[in-house]
Ligand binder design. Structure first.
Ligand code: COA
Length: 376
């Protein structure tokens, strides 16, 4: 671009959309979905209600919720070809890759795949919410050499996920914590992956293409991949008594602390506060309290030394670990929650679309004469 420069690195502070979905107040550390405070939703609403809220604009009345749960439950099955594809994939690959591929494969058989109307987008978002959960669990089973567990009848979305992952019916405390985690991850304005999905559909491409791209953006360690990195750090530390030595060393090496810091929240991430309480309870109940204790001590040391706040991915790590979720599935699990927001953002983008196409400042060589290959 030669017409003046307005470069804003990382698009920090740039407003690129109007949204009715997420009200994120970084200065005061508040977050609401369609006007409902995240703490109220996490504590009192089910993930199904939150998905309905994001897609339809308001919390469902009882009959609406019943119908929505029927639609979500009916969409849980995935095509046998997808399970076959999982069997052909390398067993040791990062499970974000099979998830990304699964979304693309699901787009090949979705009855609305190329229909970008509002109604079709909502239907696709509902289907993807259910199918991605099934796909994550089916792939995990297949890579272990096991058969996928068929979705369980009469189980909520969260309970069914844990059931399909392990083959065992989860306890009510685990279901409640997992359900609230999905809600806390469901939507977060123009984070990198959601912006990616909006950019993709702004070309009038479709939801499956966009969500596959969203998974690709989410998996990076500066975004959703941070949770997995947090848990690997806690495991590396190993014992509460090792935290101080680890923190001293990591601070001296100027390491980036995963799960700490945020582009928008400077005073505190409200999701982290809720997840901290849930992690404490889940770690205690599962007999793995030390992971919570290590996390708290590390948080305090890093906050004191660098003034960084824990973000959503910090306390979700010991929480997911204590729920028995394999560490390399943390990011796919986050995707299983974030699909609600991706879907709703895609609906919103297509409802009022304009191509997303920013500019770049050109900083390369000045115009120069072309030289033939043999004369260079
Ligand atoms: C989330 C994140 C990418 C936002 O960062 P950002 O707004 O782009 O800020 P920058 O990366 O430009 O960092 C600004 C300064 O804070 C420091 N900083 C920010 N987060 C840090 C972290 N987690 N650990 C160490 N230093 C950090 C940077 O080193 C930089 O310092 P400098 O100005 O002295 O160079 C960043 O905080 C981070 O990398 N966090 C860890 C990854 C993570 O948890 N991601 C999940 C987010 S929900």
């Amino acid at each position: 671009m030669t017409e003046g420069t307005g470069l804003i690195r990382g698009l920090e502070g740039v407003v690129a959309a109007e949204t009715q979905l997420c009200d994120l107040d970084g200065a005061s550390g508040r977050l609401a979905y369609r006007g409902y405070d995240i703490a109220d939703l996490a504590r009192q609403a089910t993930f199904e209600e939150v998905v309905y809220l994001l897609l339809h604009g308001d919390l469902p009345k009882p009959a609406q919720l019943d119908g929505f749960v029927v639609a979500l439950t009916a969409a849980r099955a995935i095509p046998p070809e997808l399970i076959q594809a999982f069997r052909l994939m390398p067993k040791d690959t990062d499970p974000n890759r099979p998830l990304q591929a699964a979304v693309a494969i699901l787009g090949m058989s979705d009855p609305d795949t190329a229909d970008n109307s509002h109604a079709a987008n909502v239907r696709k978002a509902v289907r993807l919410t259910s199918q991605m959960a099934t796909a994550i669990c089916a792939h995990h089973r297949v890579r272990q050499g096991k058969d996928p567990v068929a979705p369980g009848a009469g189980l909520s979305h969260a309970a069914n996920f844990l059931y399909m992952l392990t083959g065992e019916r989860p306890g009510s405390a685990a279901v409640r914590a997992f359900d609230a985690s999905l809600t806390l991850y469901a939507e977060h304005e123009l984070n990198a992956s959601t912006f990616t999905t909006r950019t993709i559909v702004s070309t009038l491409s479709d939801m499956h293409s966009a969500v596959a791209g969203g998974v690709g953006a989410l998996k990076g360690p500066l975004h959703g991949g941070a949770g997995e990195a947090v848990m690997r750090t806690l495991l590396e530390i190993g014992e509460v008594s090792n935290v101080d030595a680890f923190a001293d060393r990591a601070l001296a090496e100027k390491r980036r602390f995963m799960g700490m810091g945020h582009r928008v929240y400077k005073a505190g991430d409200p999701r982290a506060a809720i997840l901290r309480g849930m992690a404490e309870e889940a770690c205690r109940q599962s007999g793995q309290f030390k992971w919570f204790q290590i996390a708290v001590k590390l948080h305090e040391r890093i906050a004191q030394a660098k003034g960084l706040i824990p973000n959503v991915d910090f306390y979700s790590a010991p929480l997911f670990y204590s729920l028995g979720i394999p560490v390399d599935l943390f990011t796919p699990v986050i995707a299983a929650g974030r699909i609600a927001g991706w879907g709703a953002n895609i609906v919103e983008q297509h409802d009022d679309n304009r191509l997303i196409r920013p500019r770049a400042d050109y900083v390369g060589p000045k115009r120069r004469a072309f030289v033939e290959t043999t004369k260079r």
